[in-house]
Design a protein around this ligand. Sequence first.
Ligand code: MN
Length: 186
Amino acid sequence: MKDRKAAPPEEIQDFYNKALFYAAEAHGNQLYAGLPYMIHVCMVADEVTAADRTVPLENFKNAVQIALLHDVLEDTPITKDEMLQYFEPEVVHGIDLLTKKEGLPLLDYLEGIKAGGSDVSVIKMCDRIINLQRLPVHWKADKILEYYEESVLILEMLGWSSEYVSWRLRLKIELYEEMFMKKRFK
Ligand SMILES: [Mn+2]
């Protein structure tokens, strides 16, 4: 990443923009549903913002940065150490918890997030709320079903962190079932 010496951020907008610039540079030309990848991370950050408005998160400034940066370690060559030069250790730790590691079983991955606390659990649910609304076109029925089951497990394991976000996720799981499963399996 380029060296970026700016005044330290103070307001939430500054925290948001710092993370958004970093994420945009990191994800470069990556796409989400055929659109610039930033649409995905901004939608996740918006869900997190709505959650915080309903019941305040433990640390909203960190949470909004984690939301914007949550796919950087998973989808780009950037390392934790590089991110630590720009972001608080708690932020980088949260992103690390949300990063799927090669060979790590799903249950262990979700246990790690759960142990990471309620904010990071909320962010994982927000990510899934967004992803359930648009599916990669090449997904076949078995992958669609697997993603459904995984989403139900996410709700079961992380739902404790927010009643509001659980309600949102439950709704999106039901819509997913309606839109992508019933039609295809009939
Ligand atoms: Mn994501």
